[in-house]
Structure formats: structure tokens, C-alpha cells
Design a protein. Structure first.
Length: 92
């Protein structure tokens, strides 16, 4: 394992920060899409409403995947800490 990250994505913590930013952007976009869907329903634009519902579904799936990835990164961070502590204690 390298001692210092060379890019912003070389550490688990940086990847977690990036995922958090993506999740915030998705939350904002989902609220915008919901507002657009409401306006399309009021204007009786059936095809647009269907398309926006599909966008909402896909964004929901993406959000679920990112939340799962965040949990996986957290698990990896915990495992890394456990492994590094064991390595530091092993040469007794």
C-alpha cells in the first residue's frame, strides 16, 4: 500500500467523499425531476410524464447503487484498519 495518495481517488476516504457529493447531486436532481413531472401531469403531457417517471426510476436505482457502494467502501476502510493494526502488532 502506498503511503500517500497521488490523486484524489487514491484513498477510500476520498472515494467516500466523492460518492457523498454524487448522492447530494442525485437528491437535488430527483427533486427537480419530481417538479417537472408534476408540471407535465398538469399540462397533460402523457409521453413527457412517462419519460420523467422512467428518469425517476433510473435515478432511484443509481442512488441505491451509490449507497451500496458507500457501505462497501466503509467495510473496506474498516478492514484496512484492522489489517494495518494487525501488521503493526505482529513483529513482536
Amino acid at each position: 500500500m502506498s503511503s500517500s495518495p497521488e490523486t484524489p481517488f487514491d484513498s477510500i476516504e476520498n472515494a467516500q467523499d466523492y460518492l457523498q457529493l454524487l448522492l447530494e447531486a442525485i437528491t437535488e436532481a430527483r427533486s427537480d425531476i419530481a417538479a417537472d413531472a408534476t408540471a407535465a401531469e398538469q399540462a397533460a403531457l402523457v409521453r413527457r410524464v412517462e419519460a420523467l417517471r422512467l428518469v425517476q426510476f433510473k435515478m432511484e436505482k443509481l442512488e441505491q447503487h451509490l449507497r451500496n457502494a458507500s457501505r462497501l467502501l466503509n467495510d473496506l476502510r474498516t478492514l484496512r484498519r484492522l489489517l494495518l493494526e494487525e501488521r503493526a502488532k505482529s513483529p513482536q
